[in-house]
Design a protein around this ligand. Structure first.
Ligand SMILES: O=C(O)CCC(=O)C(=O)O
Ligand SMILES: [Fe+2]
Length: 355
């Protein structure tokens, strides 16, 4: 009987499959980024990102809470990134979701391929690079993106994924909601301003699992190139393998993983809402040649139908004209996720031109 062999795929379906292919030892040119991260400017001082104690943010002691809100405002202004400690999400739950995502990436290429999404708003999407259909240079990264809210979705495998993700997302959403309440207050707005104006009851929450296998030439590749996040607030955990770099005062800073904490960063929609008082921050993920790195980023955004512009209270007088025009979050998301990742360029679409 004649055996037909399927022709080999043009592009590998995942960097994991590529990295594990027999004899694989040098990086294909399509993964070579022109800018070598070590060739760029790194911060020489041992700067460390701010830490926010979540238990103080939610404290019934008014002084403690208002001091923490001030610290939060300063962290958003100076860094756009901060660590969150004492958040109450059990460490075992954080480990369980990282393990469950790791198990998902261990499924066969065929099983994962079932979730190969075409449209950026598909509720479950497995893929490689950032947007492999338009990326000219591919990122050394596989991903799984799952919408968790307002509607919960989960892949069928691994079997435990659904319950772990449901519980984890719910807990993280509560943490995000409290931080956004604090950010609202720190901007001089009502504490429920963001919640109500952007309809967070129906807010978008996505679980973005990033898988970076060991790379034979890590200095040539990039896990995720410099970008800002589209939403309001992202909360990230990782498997204790470093790789995240954040831009601070024009220089790159390596962020070391700290166990049992969230790494939080504000996204483009806080920049828009705050009329540029707080800026979303460039960050990127570099890769290494030893260990698999897994990170789970959870962006929290407005409701997809919410139209977001600067808060009216922050653009009241002519000294503070609106720097951004209002746009539906869904439209912004389609634009950002459907293009090549290019720094903060998506914000230019809504930025009012200085005349
Ligand atoms: O892997 C990381 O540390 C960064 C991930 C990230 O920036 C993202 O998913 O938006
Ligand atoms: Fe990001």
């Amino acid at each position: 009987m004649a055996v037909t062999h399927p022709s080999p795929p043009q592009k590998p379906t995942s960097v994991k499959a590529l990295a594990e292919s027999p004899g694989f030892s040098s990086l294909p040119s399509v993964y070579t980024f022109p800018k070598h991260p070590n060739g760029e400017v790194f911060s020489d001082t041992k700067e460390s990102i701010p830490t926010i104690d979540f238990s103080l943010l939610t404290s019934s002691n008014i002084d403690e809470r208002s001091k923490t809100i001030q610290e939060l405002g300063k962290a958003c202004k100076d860094w756009g990134f901060f660590m969150v400690i004492n958040h109450g999400v059990p460490e075992s739950m954080m480990k369980a979701i990282i393990d469950a995502c790791g198990e998902f990436f261990e499924l066969t290429e065929g099983e994962k391929g079932e979730y190969e999404g075409k449209y950026v708003l598909d509720p479950i999407r497995f893929g490689t690079s950032f947007n492999a259909s338009v990326d000219k240079i591919l990122c050394w990264r596989d991903y799984l993106k799952i919408f968790q809210h307002p509607e919960f979705h989960s892949p069928r495998r691994p079997p435990a994924f659904r319950e772990i993700a449901r519980e984890y997302s719910k807990r993280v959403r509560q943490v995000a909601k409290e931080i956004l309440r604090g950010i609202s207050e720190s901007l001089g707005l009502e504490d429920n301003y963001i919640d109500e104006t952007l309809d967070l009851q129906n807010g978008l929450q996505v679980l973005v699992a990033n898988f970076y296998p060991p790379c034979p030439q890590p200095e040539l590749a990039m896990g995720l190139p410099a970008h800002s996040d589209h939403g309001l607030l992202t909360l990230l955990i990782q498997n204790q393998i470093g790789g995240l770099q954040v831009q601070h005062n024009g220089k790159w800073v390596n962020i070391d993983p700290i166990p049992n904490s969230f790494l939080a960063n504000i996204g483009d929609h806080i920049e828009i809402l705050s009329n540029g008082k707080y800026n979303s921050v460039l960050h990127r993920a570099v890769v290494n040649n030893r260990d698999v790195r897994i990170s789970i980023a959870m962006p929290h955004g407005p409701a997809l139908d919410a139209v977001v512009g600067p808060a009216s209270k922050l653009v009241e007088d002519e000294r503070n004209p609106p720097e951004y025009r209002a746009m539906k979050y869904k439209e912004y998301l389609e634009l950002q996720q459907g293009s090549m990742l290019n720094g903060k360029s998506c914000l230019d679409i809504v930025r009012n031109k200085v005349i």
